[in-house]
Design a protein around this ligand. Structure first.
Ligand SMILES: Nc1ncnc2c1ncn2[C@@H]1O[C@H](COP(=O)(O)OP(=O)(O)OP(=O)(O)O)[C@@H](O)[C@H]1O
Ligand SMILES: [Mg+2]
Length: 236
């Protein structure tokens, strides 16, 4: 399975007739098992790019080839839960075939057991994000798209969830695209880091990390970080 992205441009048009150029030409591919990380300044066009890649926005120039019939798991930047459904119902609606055991496991990993029957309005933003993660994982996706999934979580929980994401992407051949502002998340999870310019976004550096995720020791991670620090990146 492969994802091919070739965007030649994306412009928003305002009701007043003005135009707002958001994406420059950019091109990359991802294959099963790979984690691609998008890192770039706020407002450069990352969420716009994800919507295009998911097929939610067709008003762009270029072409995106998603694997046919790929199951997609998505965590939007805002958790986007149905307010009139409980936590458990939100997950089950997205993943009707999820087993009770799988659901219980996800709720345990994401520390949501106590919140199964709560409604989204009763959750903190961090809890709501975890529900959005549970929903994306429950789908058993082939393509997992995560837009800053660990924002607003404390460091300890973000670290644990990062490890869980690594386990998930390692256990199945899922293709993952992750947007983050955290270099730490990027180097611990990514196989390829795409550093983006300010709007209109283009890829200024495509940095592969060849050491398998499970084998990245703290020393290796420090070395990768030092290498990245030495790169001339506009978007760091
Ligand atoms: N529906 C829209 N109509 C018009 N302009 C939009 C729309 N959505 C986004 N934009 C503009 O496009 C640009 C890119 O927005 P986008 O949300 O893709 O940025 P981002 O890289 O995800 O930023 P952040 O890191 O803050 O989430 C911004 O200037 C934003 O104001
Ligand atoms: Mg965004």
């Amino acid at each position: 399975m492969r994802l091919e992205v070739e965007i030649t441009g994306k412009t928003y048009r305002s009701a007043a007739g003005g135009t707002h150029e958001v994406l420059s030409p950019l091109k990359f591919g991802l294959q099963s098992g790979e984690v691609g990380v998008l890192i770039g300044p706020s407002g450069c066009g990352k969420s716009t790019m994800l919507r295009i890649i998911l097929g939610l926005d067709r008003d762009f120039d270029g072409r995106v080839t998603r694997p046919a019939e790929a199951r997609i798991g998505m965590v939007f930047q805002e958790p986007r839960l149905l307010p009139w459904r409980t936590v458990e119902q939100n997950v089950r609606l997205a993943a009707p075939n999820v087993s009770d055991a799988k659901l219980a496991e996800l709720f345990r990993i994401l520390e949501l057991e106590a919140h199964r029957s709560h409604f989204p309005g009763e959750l903190s933003l961090g809890l709501a994000r975890r529900v959005a993660l549970a929903r994306a994982f429950a789908v058993e996706p082939d393509l997992l798209v995560l837009d800053e999934p660990l924002a607003s979580l404390d460091d300890a929980l973000a670290g644990r969830l990062r490890d869980e994401i690594a386990t998930l992407v390692g256990s199945r051949s899922v293709m993952t695209l992750l947007v983050t502002h955290s270099l730490e998340d990027a180097i611990r999870l990514g196989d390829r880091l795409f550093f983006l310019s300010p709007r209109p976004a283009r890829i200024v550096q495509d940095v592969p990390i060849s050491i398998p995720r499970a084998e990245r020791s703290e020393a290796e991670l420090a070395r990768i970080k030092a290498e990245l620090a030495a790169l001339p990146l506009e978007s760091k």
